[in-house]
Design a protein around this ligand. Sequence first.
Ligand SMILES: Cc1cc2nc3c(=O)[nH]c(=O)nc-3n(C[C@H](O)[C@H](O)[C@H](O)COP(=O)(O)OP(=O)(O)OC[C@H]3O[C@@H](n4cnc5c(N)ncnc54)[C@H](O)[C@@H]3O)c2cc1C
Length: 589
Amino acid sequence: MRDLRFVLHEVFDACGHFAGSPAHADVDAATVDAILEEAGKFASEVVLPLNAVGDAQGCRFDPANGSVRTPTGFKAAYEQFAAGGWASLACDPVYGGQGLPVTLNQCLYEMLNSASQAWAMYPGLTHGAYECLHAHGTPAQRALFLPKLVSGEWTGTMCLTEAHCGTDLGLLRTQALPADGGGYSLTGSKIFISSGEHDLAANIVHLVLARLPDAPAGSKGISLFVVPKFRAHADGSLGERNAIRCGGIEHKMGIHGNATCQMHLDAAFGELVGEPHQGLKAMFVMMNAARLGVGNQSLGLTEVAYQNAAAYAKERLQMRSLTGAKAPQQPADPIIVHPDVRRMLLTARAYAEGGRALSVFTALMLDRSLAAADEAERAEAADLVALLTPVVKAFLTDNAWIATSHCLQVLGGHGYVREWGIEQFVRDARINMIYEGTNTIQSLDLLGRKVLADRGARLKKFGALIAQLIEDEGVNEAMAEFIDPLAELAKSMTSLTTEIGMKALANADEVGAASVDYLRLVGHLAFAYVWARMAKVALDHAAEGDDFYVAKLATARFYFARLLPETASLMRTVRSGAKPLMALDDSLF
Ligand SMILES: Cc1cc2nc3c(=O)[nH]c(=O)nc-3n(C[C@H](O)[C@H](O)[C@H](O)COP(=O)(O)OP(=O)(O)OC[C@H]3O[C@@H](n4cnc5c(N)ncnc54)[C@H](O)[C@@H]3O)c2cc1C
């Protein structure tokens, strides 16, 4: 909670940002803090106790009627969530929402994800469906579906994936034929649909990608449809059961409490959302929200893994400190005295705190892009969000995989066994690198579409923020340890980007060969920026002797000393180009 307040108020002046948007001008620090405090209570008291039980029980599919039962306690917690108004936090007041900034919703979800990622996915996807229909639904669709999604009475899903098409949605086959009354009849099978069937809510609103009969081949021929589990009357009351049914659920590595469903559409009734053949564009509203949401899932897991491992390391007694006993009254020292245990804990901590700062910064830009009074300001913020979305998704989820694994290691063999709960965080974290577009796809989006395609224009906008910080703090000697490496990395990134662009003109594989390492470099550039800003605030308060700032500064120094130098090896691997990857003939693998 303290760190959220620090990032929101002291580093980024969130309420100053909100003041620039008429819709949020009255959101003050007291309101923000009160909401976060209550969110923290809900997450820790209601949702956290469900995490282990959800993992152990998983969801149960009944083939007799196609129903899915969620683990014990999930439904009651969901009802409490809806009754408490949490689903409506960042929704439009026209549809019953509270109209609060997206940034606050994100902070709520970080805590829910720390408590139970599997549970948080049910309302999380619902919010994505709300955003998509809000942006692209007809007035009638908005009037029917949005109040129910906002209140949490109904939940939402996104149905993209089919057995033969995951990354390459252009291959999808689900058909939509015009039906009587202006609707469509959809037939096909989707797989891996999160929250596709469950017992938490009265109705499920599926957003389904399918092809119209006259659709062009590939991704230009995909349309978006809204397909409710129960057809609804205009007054919101439930009508007949629609022909979209769950055919089974997956048995998987983690997030056992979330139902991952095969969904069969057998002439199911649907309505077109947005324009014909423009489904991917419409779905991107949901996908972008979900990408930031997935980064946030990993942030939550990194934080909770860190908190558990840090507590354990202060208690567990093994061996003596290399520099002599630190707890001579005890048979051995707590393991937190050992440099390598500290390395693992500090890595997780620096990833959590850096990730929180980057997520909040991106969410503030998202709020600005949606609600700022000035149009130019909205467009500028939207460019930054577009650039940072794949970075938040992939960098934070890759980091969480490292961090949760380090935290497990801190517990030694006790981390590997179930009892302590930490191995669940590792298993749950793994999916975040895969769904919502794998991290490779995020990196191609970043380098190909967001950087090279606009000749680095968006990257330069982010660079301008960095340049401003360098100018502001360049003469501040105390900040040199943070500003100098940031400036150096920003400079090398400019030349590296040009180099990749030049090589890509001759060989398109150069983009694919560089992209994953390139995204990590941009991730570190963004982290160096937010860590420098956090260090500045901590330095300003250094004389106060407040432990919070002492710890912040030490973690900032750890980040710059031990994690940022990864950029040197990333630069080298990027420069090694496509050749070492492409040289081996396919038949020799
Ligand atoms: C638990 C779970 C929940 C999910 N929830 C949903 C959901 O709610 N809705 C939904 O629609 N889908 C969902 N998915 C599906 C998920 O989004 C896909 O699994 C993911 O997009 C990858 O698709 P794929 O599994 O078919 O892998 P593939 O597309 O077959 O990819 C296999 C590998 O090839 C790589 N690859 C593919 N193309 C390229 C390329 N051009 N360049 C470089 N590498 C490439 C990929 O990065 C990956 O490593 C879920 C999946 C799981 C496991």
